[in-house]
Design a binder for this molecule. Structure first.
Ligand SMILES: Cc1cc2nc3c(=O)[nH]c(=O)nc-3n(C[C@H](O)[C@H](O)[C@H](O)COP(=O)(O)O)c2cc1C
Length: 575
C-alpha cells in the first residue's frame, strides 16, 4: 500500500509525450502474467487485501453526475414477451424500433436493479448483472441518436441504475452523429462499459482487478441478451484503443472525477436494430471521437468514499493492460451449430422472467440433481458458435474451457469431466492435462459437443476445498473451473488481452446463471478459489493454462431472514 492517489500512474501516462506513452502502453504480456501470479490464493496464503472491512469508506455503488440533466427511462420490460429459449437463436426474432420505451426495457433487462434486500435495518440493491461481493464496479454508457421524448439531439449518456435514468453528459452535433453512424445500420446506438476498480479493491485488495474483469464479462453477456430480447444485433468495436474510448465517454476529463474513483474504459458495443450482423467491421474514426470529446459536457462525478487505500498492483496491471488500437480480429469459426440435436426440453418461460429473477444462491442443498438433458443444454449454451447468442459477438479466439465436477446429474457417473469449447484445441488440451485421464464420451452426449469424462469419483470434497473451502462448490449438482489458454494468448495479443480472458469467463458465467434459473435451480459465480491446487488436480504445469473463474449450479437453500423489496416504485414519474 502507498499514499499515492489511485490513478496517479495512469494520469502520468496520459500526460506523457505520445511516443513514450505508446511504449509504456504496449507493455509486455509478462506484466499481466506477473500480476496474475501475485494475486493467486494459496492454501496457506491469500492474495493481499486489507484483511478487514473498512465500513466507513465503503464506496457508493451508485455513480451520479451531479447537475447533468436526468432523463427517466420507462420500466417497460414487462411488455417484452420473447421466450427465454428463443434468445439464443438470434435470426428468429423480429427487430423492434429503438425508442424511449425499448431503451427502457433494454437497460432494465441488462444493468438495472432487480430487487432490494433488507435485513435488520440495512438495505442493499441487487442488479440484473451480478458482481463479486455485490460491489458493482461496472458502469454503463449510452451513445444514441435523437430519440423522441428523450432528447432532440444525439448524445452521450451515463446510465444511473438506482433511478433507471440516463444522465446527459454531452450533446453530439447531428452532423457528427451522422458521420459516426456511417457503416452501421440505421437506428444503431452504442453502449459502453467502464470499471471503477476501487469499488472492488475496497474489499478484495490486489485480486480485485480480476473481479472487475469478470464483472465486465457478465455485463457484456447481459447486454447481448437484452439486445436479443428486442431482436437487435450487437457488434463489439474491437479495434478501438482505451484512450479513444475514454475520450468518447468523457472519462479523460479528469477535473470532473475524483482521482481516487476514476473510471477505466473497457468496451464499446454497437447495437443494431436488425436481426443479422453486417459483414464489415465498422469503427469510429479518430476525428469523430475528437469532435465528441471537444463538445460541452455536463456534470461532475460524485465522490464514492471519503478515503481510500491505494493498491500498487492494481495500478500496475491496469497500466500494463491498457489496450492500444488493434487490427480487427480474425473471425474464428469455433464449434458447430449442429451439436445437441438429441437434447429436448419443453419450457415456456419468458426471457424477461428469467433475466429479472436471476440471483446468486448463498447456499445449496446438497441433494437436488439435474436431468442429463438439463445439464447438456447448459453446456450447449456456453459452447460458442458464430450464430449462437451471446457468442456471436465474440470474434477473438475462444480461450476458455470447462473442467466440470459432476456431483449429481441423473445418468452420469459422478466424476471429473471436461468441455473443450473449441474443438481445434482438443489435441493441445489432451497433451497439457494429466496423461492418465480417460477422455471417454459420456452417455447421451450431444453429437458434436466435445465433452468427455476424465475420471470417475466423488469430487464433492475436492471441489469445495479448491474453491476456498466454500460449501456451495460441493453442494451443487455440479461445479466447474474455467481453464483458459493463458500464456500463448497473452504472448499473441499483448497484456491487454488478459482482460478478454476474464470477459470470456464472465460471459460463460452469465449464461450459466440464466440457464440455472430456467432449469428451476440456482447458481453462483466463484471468484475465490485456490489457483494452483486447481491446476494440480488437472495435472497442468506452468502458465500455459490457468483457471480463471469457478461456478456452481444446484438446488438453492433460501435465507429466510432477508426481506425482498421491489426494484423500483412503479408509480414514479417518468419525466
Ligand atoms: C465474478 C464473481 C465472483 C463471485 N465470487 C463469489 C464467491 O467466491 N463466493 C460466493 O459465495 N459468491 C460469489 N459471487 C456471487 C456474488 O456475491 C453475487 O453475485 C452478489 O452478491 C450479488 O448477488 P446476485 O448475484 O444475487 O445479484 C461472485 C459473483 C461474481 C460475479
Amino acid at each position: 500500500m502507498s499514499p499515492i492517489p489511485l490513478g496517479f500512474e495512469r494520469r502520468r501516462l496520459m500526460a506523457m509525450d505520445a511516443s513514450v506513452r505508446k511504449q509504456a502502453m504496449t507493455a509486455s504480456w509478462e506484466a499481466a502474467a506477473s500480476y496474475h501470479q501475485k494475486t493467486k490464493h494459496h492454501f496457506h496464503r491469500s492474495a493481499r487485501s486489507l484483511g478487514h472491512m473498512d465500513w466507513a469508506n465503503q464506496p457508493d455503488p451508485f455513480r451520479r453526475f451531479t447537475s447533468a440533466p436526468l432523463i427517466r427511462l420507462p420500466l417497460s420490460a414487462e411488455k417484452q414477451t420473447t421466450s427465454y429459449d428463443a434468445l439464443y437463436e438470434r435470426d428468429d426474432l423480429p427487430a423492434q424500433a429503438v425508442t424511449l420505451e425499448t431503451l427502457g426495457s433494454f437497460f432494465q433487462l441488462s444493468l438495472a436493479i432487480s430487487a432490494w434486500k433488507e435485513y435488520e435495518g440495512s438495505r442493499w440493491a441487487l442488479r440484473v448483472n451480478p458482481s463479486s461481493g455485490n460491489l458493482h464496479p461496472t458502469e454503463g454508457y449510452l451513445l444514441a441518436p435523437a430519440i423522441r421524448n428523450m432528447h432532440a439531439e444525439p448524445g452521450v449518456y451515463h446510465y444511473a441504475p438506482r433511478e433507471h435514468a440516463l444522465e446527459l453528459r454531452s450533446t453530439i452535433a447531428r452532423a457528427t452523429w451522422e458521420a459516426m453512424a456511417v457503416g452501421f445500420c440505421p437506428g444503431t446506438f452504442f453502449v459502453a462499459l467502464t470499471s471503477i476498480h476501487w469499488r472492488e479493491a475496497w474489499k478484495y485488495g490486489e485480486r480485485a482487478y480480476r473481479y472487475c474483469q469478470h464483472d465486465i464479462g457478465h455485463a457484456l453477456a447481459a447486454v447481448r441478451l437484452a439486445a436479443a430480447v428486442h431482436g437487435w444485433s450487437v457488434w463489439l468495436l474491437e479495434t478501438l484503443s482505451d484512450e479513444a474510448l475514454a475520450a468518447l465517454l468523457g472519462l479523460n476529463r479528469l477535473k470532473e472525477f475524483e482521482p481516487e474513483d476514476c473510471e477505466e474504459p473497457e468496451v464499446l458495443a454497437a447495437i443494431m436494430p436488425s436481426a443479422s450482423l453486417g459483414s464489415e467491421c465498422a469503427s469510429i474514426p479518430p476525428e469523430i471521437i475528437r469532435k465528441i470529446a471537444g463538445g460541452s459536457w455536463n456534470g461532475k462525478a460524485n465522490r464514492l468514499s471519503e478515503n481510500h487505500v491505494h493498491w500498487d498492483a492494481i495500478e500496475a496491471v491496469a497500466t500494463a493492460c491498457n489496450k492500444p488500437t488493434t487490427a480487427p480480429p480474425k473471425v474464428e469459426e469455433a464449434g458447430t451449430s449442429a451439436c445437441g440435436s438429441n437434447v429436448r426440453i419443453e419450457r415456456t418461460c419468458t426471457a424477461r422472467q428469467i433475466i429479472l429473477q436471476r440471483r446468486s444462491a448463498v447456499a445449496l442443498d446438497g441433494v437436488t440433481s439435474l436431468t442429463r438433458d438439463q445439464f447438456y443444454l447448459m453446456l450447449m449454451r456456453v459452447f460458442p458458435t458464430r450464430r449462437r447468442v451471446p457468442w456471436d459477438i465474440w470474434r477473438s479466439q475462444v480461450c476458455a474451457h470447462l473442467a466440470v465436477f459432476v456431483h449429481r446429474v441423473d445418468g452420469l457417473k459422478p466424476g471429473l469431466y471436461f468441455l473443450v469449447r473449441d474443438p481445434g484445441q482438443e489435441a493441445a488440451l489432451h497433451a497439457a492435462l494429466d496423461t492418465s485421464f480417460g477422455w471417454e464420451e459420456p452417455p447421451g452426449c450431444p453429437a458434436g459437443l466435445p465433452f468427455s469424462l476424465l475420471q470417475t469419483g466423488d469430487c464433492r470434497q475436492l471441489a469445495g476445498q479448491v474453491s476456498c473451502g466454500q460449501a456451495i462448490a460441493a453442494d451443487g449438482a455440479f461445479s466447474l473451473g474455467m481453464i483458459v489458454r493463458f500464456e500463448e494468448s497473452l504472448k499473441e495479443h499483448g497484456a491487454w488481452f488478459y482482460r478478454r480472458l476474464f470477459w470470456e469467463t464472465g460471459m460463460i458465467g452469465q449464461i450459466l446463471y440464466l440457464e440455472a434459473e430456467a432449469a428451476g435451480v440456482r447458481s453462483t459465480g466463484i471468484g475465490c478459489f485456490f489457483d494452483d491446487p486447481v491446476h494440480d488436480v488437472l495435472g497442468l504445469r506452468g502458465m500455459q493454462y490457468q483457471s480463471l473463474y469457478h461456478f456452481t449450479v444446484g438446488g438453492p437453500t433460501e435465507d429466510t431472514r432477508l426481506t425482498t423489496l421491489p426494484p423500483y416504485d412503479m408509480n414514479r414519474p417518468v419525466r
